[in-house]
Design a binder for this molecule. Structure first.
Ligand SMILES: Nc1ncnc2c1ncn2[C@@H]1O[C@H](COP(=O)(O)OP(=O)(O)OP(=O)(O)O)[C@@H](O)[C@H]1O
Ligand SMILES: [Mg+2]
Length: 501
């Protein structure tokens, strides 16, 4: 929201009425006290505040310079012509509150613009550019990369327009096949939706919906979505009628792949910083790399939470690291949009148990199923404020931080053991530290007076009183752990000499 600049001492002295006409910042106690004091001291002047909106406005803002504002103001005048001044003020206050409500998280107003303007525009644009007309023959399918409950994921490539691949791949000789590889430069990820599995199609539709939505609202946070197609015939991996989702190939490894390597986090150093640090203490190097990864994860979470989306499956396997050191969120099959209740079923918890917070669900189980979309959207700011569903993802982010920083927690067995101990200590991380039987190496988190550890304890915790006992992404980014982090990294980078890998 934009605010008018504060009046300077000069303006106040020479035009005291300015004080009475300046719009107040919401929640600004200072402004309120200042304003009420002025009311006491200048009753006549401040009569103008409640007495005459047009004069006050005209004196404060040079409307001639802002034609749009001027026309809005004229319309306001026409509209409120027959109202008394008190009614006009009532109207203004009501409009102010409505504005605050509609722009509060998860953003009813932005959501409406997205749903009724941007989404149809995107649809039109996609059909013009051919994005919605993907077909089976546009792709070759490569290696299987993973298999989830509703789909099988493959690497693949886009077939150039003038190439008929089927014949060349199947009938071609070895040499021909290598020649083909060179031509297939645009790598993609293909997710084959399982046929005949209950709920698989529905999950795929949600994943597609969330990918389109994020490609409009926060494209930098996730893998670039290219679209979907239905296989038109059965051949090799394709089954006629089966649905496929397609993304740009963002990188060879996920954070989980990097973490499996004994060299972690050094194996991420040149990817994250563009170079390898030399002459820096090993522990500090480790800590800087982990902080850089963590900052990106939380920044992306903040962006998706700002749009009302909770990912619900944040874990290293769902974070792809690009060549340029960006961390992209993938796998939105379990995500939920709490602005309109998309993919939200009150008692459905979908997350990987190793990263799942103790409350199990994004909203309390007794929350009713969402009403129709426009009503759900109107109620969403209240539900969001009451339940802070975004904190669900923040617990998982805390586990990712702990895993990166504590080597013994990187293995599946180590993490499972940690989770069962933590449960026994009622999700009190400090108690776990005190009483755990295996002594974990917490050096990285204990650096800088334990800032990393403090952040971990504020992410990995119960929801507590009013369901707010955990840091949001916004608050986490303001935590001292991240303070000066970027500068520190830059300082270190400029201070020492580097060598490329
Ligand atoms: N856009 C992408 N770029 C590069 N790699 C990707 C991309 N999307 C997915 N992958 C790789 O494929 C794997 C599986 O993808 P995804 O998480 O979407 O599927 P899934 O159904 O959950 O399967 P899984 O249970 O194996 O995680 C990821 O862990 C990642 O290694
Ligand atoms: Mg996955």
């Amino acid at each position: 929201m934009a605010y008018l600049p504060s009046p300077s001492a000069f303006t106040i002295k020479h035009n005291p009425r300015f004080i009475c006409t300046r719009p107040l910042r919401p929640n600004s106690l200072h402004n309120l006290c200042f304003f009420t004091n002025r009311l006491k001291n200048h009753p006549a002047k401040c009569h103008a505040f409640f007495g005459n909106i047009p004069d006050a406005l005209e004196e404060t803002i040079p409307l001639d310079q802002f034609p749009l504002l001027r026309s809005g103001y004229m319309q306001f005048q026409n509209f409120t012509e027959d109202l008394s001044e008190a009614q006009k003020w009532g109207f203004l206050v009501f409009a102010g509150f409505t504005w605050i409500y509609l722009t509060a998280r998860p953003g009813v107003l932005i959501g409406a613009i997205d749903a009724y303007l941007l989404a149809p525009l995107q649809l039109g644009f996609n059909s013009l550019t051919g994005k919605t007309s993907l077909k089976r023959s546009d792709f070759v399918v490569g290696n299987k990369l993973g298999e989830g409950s509703f789909g099988v994921v493959y690497s693949g490539a886009i077939v150039p327009k003038n190439l008929i691949v089927e014949d060349k791949v199947q009938k071609g000789r070895r040499g021909k096949s290598m020649e083909l590889d060179k031509k297939l430069k645009d790598k993609v990820i293909l997710k084959k939706v399982k046929v005949g599995i209950q709920g698989a199609e529905e999950c795929a539709d949600f994943e597609e919906w969330f990918n389109y939505r994020l490609s409009r609202a926060a494209p930098e946070t996730c893998a670039e979505f290219l679209g979907s197609f239905i296989a038109d015939k059965t051949s090799s991996q394709f089954t006629k009628g089966g649905k496929w989702l397609v993304w740009k190939y963002e990188g060879d490894q996920s954070l989980a792949d990097y973490m499996k390597d004994r060299n972690f986090p050094f194996n991420l150093e040149s990817v994250m910083f563009g170079q390898v640090l030399q002459g820096v203490d090993t522990v500090k190097r480790n800590a800087l790399i982990i902080k850089q990864v963590m900052r990106q994860i939380i920044t992306s979470l903040k962006k998706i939470h700002d749009t009302g989306i909770v990912h619900r499956d944040v874990k290293p396997a769902n974070l792809v690291v690009t060549k340029r050191g960006q961390i992209k969120l993938i796998d939105f099959g379990a995500a939920t949009d709490l602005r309109i209740g998309k993919n939200y079923v009150p008692n459905r918890g979908l997350l990987d148990p190793d990263y799942c917070p103790p409350e199990l669900y994004v909203m309390p189980e007794e929350t009713p199923s969402p009403p129709p979309e426009p009503i759900a959207a109107l109620l969403s700011p209240i539900l969001w404020q009451l339940n802070s569903p975004d904190l669900f993802d923040m617990y998982s982010a805390g586990i990712v931080l702990l895993q990166m920083a504590v080597p013994t927690l990187r293995s599946t067995a180590g993490l499972k053991n940690f989770n069962s101990e933590l449960k026994a200590f009622k999700y009190d991380l400090n108690k776990w530290r005190e009483y755990t039987r295996r002594i974990p190496d917490l050096t990285i988190l204990d650096l800088d007076s334990g800032r990393g550890w403090d952040l971990a304890t504020k992410l990995i915790s119960e929801r507590g009183f009013l369901r707010r006992g955990r840091l949001s992404a916004d608050a986490a980014l303001r935590h001292p752990y991240f303070l000066l982090g970027g500068d520190q990294a830059a300082a270190v980078l400029s201070k020492f000499s580097f060598s490329r890998d």
